[in-house]
Ligand binder design. Structure first.
Ligand SMILES: Cc1cc2nc3c(=O)[nH]c(=O)nc-3n(C[C@H](O)[C@H](O)[C@H](O)COP(=O)(O)OP(=O)(O)OC[C@H]3O[C@@H](n4cnc5c(N)ncnc54)[C@H](O)[C@@H]3O)c2cc1C
Length: 537
């Protein structure tokens, strides 16, 4: 405890899209706010994930903030699905516009957050000993911000270049003439592999679980389209608002088996030719809940992989067998499957020959060693609860959040936790935001929390906490809503499974699967009823 303690009305942890907007809104209430951010700049996801090929799966023009006409008017996206540098530039543009940086402390990773009930205050401390306290603590620490490395022996012994995609260097990395290994074929791996394959000497892809990937169909935005987008922002955001995950794609009202096989095939072909998540979010309304409906789109996607990959054995390895289409996060791709037709690309099936260790020279599987110059770990994140687990959060009586959530998260509206007063969790577990075109849900989350804090200020309340009953009912509701979705019957990060993290081997409900409109409705009802389920003091 070296540094003196600074005092604020509110502390926000994280300066991604969530933390930036929360800072702006709390300033609007006249609060003294401090944001602590581990990185050296704003942008969160878009600050860290600089790997080749990193780009949106959301249409760019649906992803930006909607709250400021000025920002909407002045910012023009160059591509329908912007690459990471453009999105980071957007975050910096917003930070400049709103003059956010003067209240953000960069390079400050918060290690501990402890609640002092006598003072009704949160005390936070960073890894390097900076300390601060405030009445309110708001976590904006990201759903996908805690990178995980594979638990393979020998990772530190490798003598070549090694990178994790979410901790990518700020300087350019060259693949030309090099033998490169990529470990992991999730959404990030799919983007990185496609880009690296364009310039690599030789590429070896180590795949444990194949995913169902769909074409992105990205293209530049021309001046006419931009003018149309700018003129129709209210309609665009209204359409997003009404859809399950706040994407621009609305589910088709028909069921998959209601139409003839010919009509179904034609619909799937049309969706496959569409940009973005249309094939996932704009598909027949039952493909994510009815196994028979799901089987029809899964069969279609299987045939697409076979048609695009020349070697039938490689195609078979790329076809998922343990889950149906859309029941895990769908990676969007721009020529991913064709990469495996290149003579300088090899696919290694880790289900047949698991990795034994990383050696000084490369990667050793159960049957041989692959000598490489570079290893790219596209091994993803300890999703949704991971960033919480990396902070020692203690509530009333010193109770650890990690212990409270040991059997799975328990929250009220995914926003507050009994026993942790005045702590608000943006885009946390059990919140619709983690299953969303995220900024659309972030704005709702932040506006709602801001209104709750204003409500307290107007009534001179200093402490808010959900009742145990409200927390129990919401947690049960999250579980009940999840059960009807096929994705809850599959191992994935959305279900809290991560084989690279000790203890994350049992399925648990991390996301609210009732959809953003229902979630918003519920939040509005709670507020209209004087914040039912919350106890104020
Ligand atoms: C590669 C990639 C592509 C994505 N593409 C899309 C997409 O197309 N559409 C979409 O809707 N979503 C996408 N997402 C999800 C994305 O995370 C969200 O869209 C959004 O950026 C989340 O914003 P956030 O501010 O909530 O969290 P983040 O952007 O993750 O920001 C959290 C911030 O908190 C900081 N932080 C965490 N812990 C601490 C700590 N202990 N102390 C201090 N600081 C801390 C982090 O450094 C980070 O800067 C993508 C995610 C990834 C990883």
């Amino acid at each position: 405890m070296s540094e003196p303690t600074s005092h604020y009305d509110a502390i926000v942890i994280g300066a991604g899209i969530s933390g930036m907007y929360q800072l702006h809104r709390l300033r609007g209430l006249g609060l003294r706010v401090r944001v602590f951010e581990a990185g050296a700049g704003v942008g969160g996801t878009w600050y860290w994930n600089r790997y080749p090929g990193a780009r949106f799966d959301s249409e760019s023009w649906t992803y930006g903030y909607s709250f400021s006409d000025e920002i909407l008017r002045e910012w023009e996206w160059r591509e329908h699905f912007a690459a990471q540098p453009e999105t980071l530039a957007y975050c910096n543009f917003v930070a400049d516009k709103l003059d956010l940086r003067r209240d953000i402390e960069f390079g400050a990773r918060i290690a501990a957050a402890v609640y002092d009930d006598a003072a009704t205050e949160w005390h936070v401390e960073s890894v390097d000993g900076r300390r601060a306290r405030a009445r309110f603590l708001i976590t904006a620490i990201g759903p996908l911000s805690a990178p995980t490395m594979p638990t393979i022996p020998g990772v530190d012994t490798f003598r070549g270049e090694a990178y994790h995609t979410a901790m990518w260097p700020h300087e350019p990395v060259s693949f030309a003439g090099k033998r490169v290994a990529v470990i992991g074929t999730g959404a990030t791996g799919v983007q990185a592999i496609t880009e690296i394959a364009k310039t690599v000497g030789h590429l070896t892809v180590f795949q444990r679980t194949p995913n169902w990937c769909a074409p992105l169909h990205n293209r530049p935005i021309d001046a006419g389209t931009q003018a149309r987008i700018t003129a129709t922002y209210p309609d665009i955001f209204a359409r997003c608002r009404d859809s399950f995950g706040c994407f621009i794609h609305q589910a088709d009202p028909r069921k998959a088996l209601e139409v003839s096989p010919e009509e179904r095939e034609a619909f799937y072909e049309a969706l496959y030719a569409e940009p973005g998540f249309g094939i996932w979010m704009g598909n027949f309304r039952d493909i994510l809940v009815d196994p028979d409906a799901n089987a029809t789109i899964t069969d279609f996607m299987r045939r697409k992989i076979r048609a695009r990959v020349t070697d039938p054995a490689v195609a078979a390895t790329l076809i998922p067998t343990n889950h149906g289409f859309g029941t895990r996060r769908v990676p969007l791709e721009s020529g991913y499957y064709e990469v495996y037709n290149q003579p300088n690309v090899r696919l290694v099936d880790l289900r047949a020959t698991p990795i034994a260790r990383v050696t000084p020279a490369g990667v050793e599987t159960s049957d041989r060693e692959y000598a490489v110059d570079m290893i790219v770990y596209a091994t993803g994140f300890d999703a949704i609860t991971g960033a919480f687990d990396r902070i020692d959060v203690r509530g009333v009586g010193g109770r650890r959040l990690r212990d409270k959530w040991a059997g799975g998260p328990r929250t009220y509206l995914g926003i507050q936790i009994a026993g942790f007063p005045n702590l608000f969790t943006l885009v946390g577990p059990h919140n619709a935001a983690s299953f969303c075109n995220i900024p659309r849900c972030i704005e709702q989350n932040v506006d709602w929390v801001t209104a709750l804090i204003a409500h307290m200020r107007d009534r001179a309340h200093t402490r808010v906490e959900p009742t145990a009953e409200a927390e129990r009912d919401w947690t049960e509701h999250v579980h009940d809503t999840g059960r009807r979705m096929l994705f809850t019957q599959v191992d994935s990060w959305m279900m809290g499974i991560n084989s690279n993290v000790a203890g994350k081997d049992t399925r648990t409900f991390l996301v609210y699967a009732g959809g953003a409109p229902k979630y918003r409705e519920r939040c509005d009802e709670v507020a209209a009823a004087g914040y039912a389920g919350f106890r104020f003091r």
